[in-house]
Ligand binder design. Sequence first.
Ligand code: IPE
Ligand code: IPE
Ligand code: MG
Length: 257
Amino acid sequence: MPEIPKDRLPRHIGIIMDGNGRWANNRGLAREHGHERGADAVRTTVRAARKIGVEALTLFAFSSQNWDRPPQEVFHLMALLRRYLVEERGEILDNNIRLVTVGQTHRLPEYVLEPMTDLMKASADNDGMILCLALSYGGREMITDAVRKLARAVAAGTLKPDDIDTRAIEAQLDSSRMLPPLDLLIRTSGEHRISNFFLWEAAYAELFFTEVLWPDFERANLIEALHDFAGRERRFGLTSNQLDDARADGPEEPEAP
Ligand code: IPE
Ligand code: IPE
Ligand code: MG
């Protein structure tokens, strides 16, 4: 496949890593085996994205709703997360990757928070790529938190209700403070839904769905999504002619609203 020109690469990719349970089920294995193989796919994908030159990669690893899964599965996922953070520490630091998180991370157990906080601190100055883990994450929960903060500011008299616009809400979202705008959203496993991931952030993201189950996701699958993305015309509500005119006027594509 031909190289994708740098200016056709997404700056920020989000992935809903779905299908671990079905992968295991198809092989007569316990769901936990699927999650373990899913962690291998995480390693491969982070490495590939770093090499390709993506600025930021957000992996939806655990949703606010996933807490309601059977306790044994939740425990296994948390233990796996800890293992990932401990085992990948060296590779993340060696590759100049900065680790950040989004989500209600205070709900995570201490044995996850400890290596997570440590790696976030150790990698804070890295600028090769941002790896963002969405943990205990819910898009609705994040928007609700943002709105509550604005309501407090109104109650305190430091913000006027009329000054609440989309930028004011966005300014309260960790994602917008830490990450470039979401350009490409990938979901594996053939499901065509967002499942409470980046609800706000995905407003103008390009969506890419694949039947591949997450443990089977390889570098080639990522490249396929990138080629697909490179061929799309992002109009942000404008017409094709307007985009042509804007391109003729200067190198900048129109900003997302
Ligand atoms: C994704 O795989 C991992 C998490 C949600 C934590 P699933 O566990 O949802 O796998 P399926 O959808 O049941 O196959
Ligand atoms: C979304 O997958 C959450 C993650 C990938 C972490 P789910 O498997 O939880 O979503 P649904 O239940 O299919 O909507
Ligand atoms: Mg699932």
